[in-house]
Write a protein that binds this ligand. Structure first.
Ligand code: NAD
Ligand code: ZN
Length: 383
């Protein structure tokens, strides 16, 4: 089958690889129809993780079930399904508590909790930027889609990762109706966090970035754009919140945060959030931070550490929540909002391209070229 293979830093190509297949009786085999490129892929694409050469990318997957293992009950051949980027077993202590991003059994590395498709450090599973995907524990991991699956495919595919992840940022921050919320990063995840805050009836949602196209998209959904290349974003947030700061804040950038000139400062968004959020406010961090970053800009960051404004954070009595999103905790609800026409996350899609065009899509999305907000690769058009 054809798949997007990582050859090394900033080098991917579509190659023939061995077909994905049923390996265990609980597996489901999915013919992929839509698979997105994610900001998380870019950390790997840029060579800033230990992602192994030769592996297949792709953790935001949707498609049609073409084969089921002998122990699969619920999922049937022909079902259209959306796959959470996390792979859970369904029976460990964490999965049972809804913490499927921290599954204790699927990742063979005993020091790690959590597994995902085509993801550095998250187990040996290949990704779905390919014609077929093997889904372990298919009954547990497949989200069945309703009859409008084809018509709303670009919406439903966002339920694999970025829509629940944006939602998760607002959950970690504790967003309530009427809150004011500031989001750092207007990439796909930040836009989904801002969108989620809006769906939760926040009274004021602000988003910080410097890419005009991304800020324009935010404006289209009623979010206040804050351009940090024009002036200090913290001052802008304080000015809009009577000097007090936002009630809640979301970090949607991660360890490759940089200034508008492009210099990396891994602590930049974290410290800006402490300053932008009010006393006793909450902060949700879904942007990725890594325990080691050999390519980091200084000695501390190479060891996964950042100079954090602990004193101000403590004095302000803030709280913080972090980590990968437990997609299964939200994906049914978000699917149902899409089905009921109450949510349309596909507003962020800028490009729909055949799988064959993956290499150039990665280049443009990685450069954050104007207008390249979110790429959906269409792996197959005969579901
Ligand atoms: P992206 O790289 O497309 O977007 C990041 C945005 O942040 C860019 O628009 C960039 O201009 C902006 N930015 C950079 N530095 C900034 C700063 N100092 N202040 C404000 N904005 C700044 O990526 P994405 O797809 O939106 O993903 C964002 C992060 O979320 C990544 O780290 C990704 O790995 C992570 N992620 C986490 C989860 C999870 O489960 N926790 C899931 C998906 C993605
Ligand atoms: Zn993703």
């Amino acid at each position: 089958m054809k798949a997007v293979v990582y050859n090394g830093p900033r080098d991917v190509s579509v190659k023939d690889v061995p077909d994905a297949k049923i390996e265990r009786p609980t597996d489901v085999l999915v013919k992929i129809t839509s698979t997105n490129i994610c900001g998380s892929d870019l950390h790997m694409y840029e060579g800033r993780t230990n992602f192994e050469k030769g592996r297949v990318f792709g953790h935001e997957n949707l498609g049609k079930v073409v084969e089921i293992g002998s122990a699969v009950d619920r999922i049937k051949i022909g079902d259209m399904v959306c796959l959470p980027f996390n792979i859970g077993c369904g029976f460990c202590r964490n999965c049972e508590s809804g913490l499927t991003a921290f599954c204790l059994t699927v990742n063979p590395d005993p020091k790690m909790a959590g597994a995902a498709y085509g993801f550095a450090g998250m187990g040996p599973f290949n990704g779905g930027q390919a014609e077929y995907l093997r889904v372990p524990y298919g009954d547990f991991n497949c989200l069945k889609l309703p009859e409008d699956a084809l018509e709303k495919e670009d919406d439903y595919v966002m339920v694999s990762d970025i829509f629940p992840t944006g939602w998760h940022a607002t959950e970690l921050a504790g967003v309530q109706p009427s809150d004011s919320v500031v989001v750092y990063g207007a990439g796909p995840v930040g836009l989904m966090a801002a969108y989620s805050a809006t769906l939760k009836n926040a009274s004021q949602v602000m988003i910080v970035d410097r890419h005009p196209d991304r800020l324009r998209l935010a404006e289209q959904i009623g979010v206040i754009p804050i351009d940090d290349s024009k002036s200090d974003p913290v001052e802008q947030v304080l000015a809009m919140t009577n000097g007090r700061g936002a009630d809640k804040g979301c970090e949607c950038v991660g360890y490759q945060a940089h200034d508008p000139q492009g210099h990396e400062h891994p602590n930049m968004t974290m410290n800006n959030l402490v300053k932008s959020v009010k006393f006793t406010g909450g902060i949700g961090v879904v942007g990725i931070f890594l325990p080691q970053d050999p390519g980091g800009p200084d000695q501390l960051s190479k060891q996964g550490e950042i100079p954090f404004d602990m004193g101000l954070f403590w004095i302000k009595g803030q709280h913080i929540g972090t980590g990968q999103a437990n997609v299964k905790d939200y994906n049914r609800q978000l699917r149902d909002l899409i089905h009921a026409d109450k949510a349309k996350p596909s507003f962020i899609v800028s490009h729909r391209l055949p799988l064959d065009k993956a290499s150039e899509a990665y280049q443009h999305f990685d450069a954050r070229d104007d207008g390249w907000t979110k790429v959906v690769l269409k792996s197959s058009h005969t579901p």
